[in-house]
Design a protein around this ligand. Structure first.
Ligand code: 4NP
Length: 153
């Protein structure tokens, strides 16, 4: 079983959506016994909260229903997961600071978005509706490419 952890700041917009998309793709391909995803935030602001209502409504319009209770990253995550995927350079920097030498590989989400390697997944929290669909499209592409990449390993 390969375990994937998606990470953003608040764990209510980007990373729970990435988790929902990845787990949905895994189910569609019948790979539930091979891959599982979770998500968390580097910050504690929204612990226990469900994903942002605008992201949930937009995902539903795109055919995805998902839920997640927000949690903050913890020390065990760096050994519990095989790969940890931050949404942006700021999240990556925070993770590198708190990683005390766990076995998990760290890789930016958009390193799996062909042509946009090294680029941040924009934070939609303070943006408008259009930003939310853009984030959905980015994460849909990137999580599919991640799954294909993991299948080749
Ligand atoms: P996320 O978005 O990191 O994609 O979940 C945010 C959610 C909340 C905040 C910032 C970003 N906040 O400042 O509360």
């Amino acid at each position: 079983m390969k375990k994937v952890l998606f990470v953003c700041l608040g764990n209510i917009c980007r990373s729970p959506l990435a988790e929902g998309l990845f787990n949905h793709q895994v189910q569609e391909m019948g790979l539930q016994d091979k891959f599982i995803a979770d998500s968390c935030g580097t910050a504690a602001y929204h612990i226990g909260e469900q994903p942002d209502g605008r992201s949930v409504a937009n995902a539903k319009d795109n055919g995805l229903i998902y839920s997640h209770a927000a949690r903050q990253v913890q020390d065990e995550d760096f050994n519990e997961f095989d790969i940890i995927i931050p949404m942006d350079a700021s999240n990556m920097s925070t993770l590198k600071k708190i990683d005390t030498g766990g076995s998990a590989k760290l890789q930016l989400m958009r390193d799996y978005d062909s042509g946009f390697e090294g680029v941040d997944v924009p934070d939609p929290y303070f943006g408008g509706e259009q930003g939310i669909q853009e984030v959905y499209d980015i994460l849909n592409r990137s999580t599919k490419a991640l799954l294909e990449d993991l299948l080749e390993e």
